[in-house]
Design a protein around this ligand. Structure first.
Ligand code: F6R
Length: 632
């Protein structure tokens, strides 16, 4: 074995902005002596646990490329393959989680270029695909699908026709693409090689003997090899059966330094982490990038496609956000934004209350349904009620093609990738980011006075790095977790947006660790909950809002005066909070205070995770809970 060593998960994560965490679609590639079609199909099966809505494969048939693809389960693609049992020495395959264009046969990958000689699979989002598509249409290209991928295939095909190798064409084309993506190509002109480019979206190469493989995630490779090259950001590979060339984005040769993977398959599915929850917590920088991708233009303006037209936004007089659990907590932050930025009256309802509450609804109101799964029974029932009353509906949903995504008048996708841990983490962050983008979009339409959209979008774009920094406080969080694990009760407190985040922090703690929690705005403590404070009780404060910091510090004193212990999560760099609290986690601040509240959920998620771990809880499957609550 070359360079045999095990890289711990933390190092994998730190490796690049993108890490090896795979958010969305599954990618597979093979070149070698075996039947490549069988191998890539098998790779997709190994990636099946991550969820998808369609799948396809491209392989060499005679002197051309053959593509077979199908919406639905992999077994549907399997049936198609079973009809002809194709063989090929090279193939690429893809399982898709739809972003641009619905989950249909036509939108499934691979896509072909104009000549039909080049096939492409793709993970991530090409932000400027509409501009590129316009140019290609003017040059006579015709498109079959609604995807950004087909646009990229045509663009690369155009470059390929200008001459040179496939990798040279890809380098030229990649310079024209904006976004976070990975691209994998198979060409009938150079049939014995696979070329791939990584820009943020993960790609790994499996190095074999007389064969080489490619995948979006390590588990797909493990039946074939444990020697793996993890592509860095902005690099590419050229695979033949006997060689792996590793190149920089501008074509310079780079050393191939594989690592040896010792994880079993189950652990590899979790990206090397012990639990999906920890993996998903650490995915959040990428989740935010993915959620923002294509939604902020070069001048810093928000570009949300698929929402209502401008005259509708000018007419709306009230917003109702309707959701359950964690999604409801994201809605609470939405209320802050809609009211503060837009002065638009906003209520947040639990779906289960809304559906039976006979709500008073203005005909000009907008109902926003927030849901990771898009299948939550109460939220779906509330949506039906609004539709029956002819109220405009908008979904903020993670699962494309889900009931809520289908039934809302308009739907925005959070693009957080499949969330497998029962406790929601990354979906929450993506929901909050999308609500922020929506508020900014409406502000732009309404020309909200005094609001500089570009300041907001600049800070949103900086958020992934701040989340990464917040994740780096894990050791401090573990120390606090040691303290909390034996406590009978844990408070979660804050003011303004920090109070909304405190609700979510508390939900995570109770569902994972089973430690009872009390959560409330800090100012409410003296109206009752303070009676519960005594020695041995911990209060976790979100303390990011500067305007109320003195008040929050006073609330901390109230806890300490009754022998409770105060843990503060703050972005205050003046030392005020640190002096007041017993334990402080200080995050690097955003210039936008609201985003500091959003950031504070990261230490809270890690805290509940580590308390649960120390208590030996079943972290990915807390007792009595299900991932998707499709019954009342
Ligand atoms: C908590 C959690 C739940 C869900 C709630 C709504 O960690 O995951 O509270 O947020 O069941 O589910 P969705 O978002 O699928 O509608």
């Amino acid at each position: 074995m070359l360079n045999a060593h095990l890289v711990p998960p933390s190092k994998w994560v730190a490796r690049s902005q993108g890490s090896i965490i795979c958010l969305v679609c599954g990618i597979a590639g093979y070149v070698g002596e075996r039947n490549a079609v069988d191998v890539v199909f098998d790779e997709l099966v190994k990636l099946e646990y991550r969820g998808y809505d369609s799948a396809g494969v491209a392989f060499i048939e005679g002197t051309g490329i053959k593509v077979l693809k199908k919406a639905g389960r992999l077994s549907e693609l399997g049936k198609l393959l079973g009809e002809t049992s194709p063989t090929s020495r090279s193939a690429i395959a893809h399982s898709r989680w739809a972003t641009h264009g619905g989950p249909t046969d036509v939108n499934a990958h691979p896509h072909l270029d104009a000549s039909g000689n080049l096939s492409l699979i793709h993970n991530g989002i090409i932000e400027n695909y509409l501009d590129l598509k316009d140019g290609l249409l003017q040059r006579g290209h015709k498109f079959l699908s609604q995807t950004d991928t087909e646009v990229a295939a045509h663009l690369i095909g155009e470059e390929y026709e200008k001459g040179g190798t496939l990798e040279e064409a890809l380098i030229r084309a990649a310079k024209q693409l904006r976004g976070a993506y990975s691209l994998v190509l198979l060409s009938a002109i150079e049939p014995e090689k696979i070329v791939a480019y990584r820009k943020t979206s993960p790609l790994v190469v499996g190095i074999g003997k007389g064969e080489n493989l490619l995948a979006s995630d390590v588990p797909a490779l493990l039946p074939y090899t444990r020697e793996v090259l993890v592509l860095e950001d902005d690099t590419m590979v050229v695979l033949t059966k006997d060689s792996v060339r590793y190149l920089s984005g501008d074509g310079r040769e780079l050393p191939v330094r594989p690592i040896y993977i010792e994880w079993d398959v189950a652990r590899a599915e979790r990206g090397g982490y012990e639990h999906f929850m920890r993996k998903e917590i650490h995915e959040q920088p990428d989740v935010v990038r993915q959620c923002l991708a294509g939604r902020i233009d070069e001048s810093g303006q928000v570009r949300l496609s698929g929402v209502f037209s401008d005259n509708v936004w000018n007419e709306i007089d009230r917003v109702n956000i309707i959701a359950c659990g964690t999604a409801y907590h994201a809605g609470l932050l939405g209320k802050h934004l809609f009211e503060k930025l837009l002065r638009l009256p906003t209520d947040v309802y639990f779906s289960s209350e809304f559906r039976y509450g006979d709500p008073v609804l203005s005909p000009k109101s907008l109902a926003i349904f927030v849901s990771q799964s898009g299948e939550t029974a109460d939220t779906l029932a509330a949506l039906k009620l609004c539709k029956a009353r002819r109220i405009r509906t908008l979904g903020i949903v993670n699962v494309v093609g889900s009931s809520i995504a289908r039934e809302c008048d308009r739907t925005l996708l959070t693009q957080a990738g499949p969330e497998i841990s029962v406790a929601s983490t990354k979906a929450y962050t993506a929901q909050v980011i999308l609500l922020t983008l929506l508020a900014l979009h409406i502000a732009q339409v309404q020309e909200a006075p005094g609001l500089r959209i570009a300041d907001w979008t600049e800070e949103l774009l900086a958020l992934p790095n701040l989340i990464q920094e917040a994740l780096a406080h894990e050791d401090q969080v573990i120390q606090v977790a040691e303290l909390i694990k034996d406590m009978p009760l844990c408070f979660f407190l804050g003011r303004g947006p920090d109070a909304s985040v405190a609700y979510e922090g508390a939900l995570k703690m109770k569902e994972l660790s089973y430690i009872p929690t009390e959560e409330s705005p800090a100012g409410e403590m003296k109206h009752g909950p303070l009676a519960l404070v005594q020695s041995g009780v911990v209060a976790v404060f979100g303390a990011t809002e500067m305007a109320t910091l003195d008040k929050v510090v006073s609330n901390m004193k109230e806890i300490q005066a009754r022998e409770g212990t105060v843990v503060a999560i703050t972005s205050d760099e003046t030392g005020t909070v640190r002096k007041a609290a017993d334990h402080t986690i200080t995050m690097m601040p955003s210039r936008l205070e609201f985003l500091n509240s959003v950031l504070s959920i990261i230490p809270m998620q890690m805290l509940s995770y580590h308390v649960a771990r120390l208590l030996g809880r079943d972290i990915d499957h807390p007792r009595n809970l299900a991932k998707s609550v499709t019954v009342e």
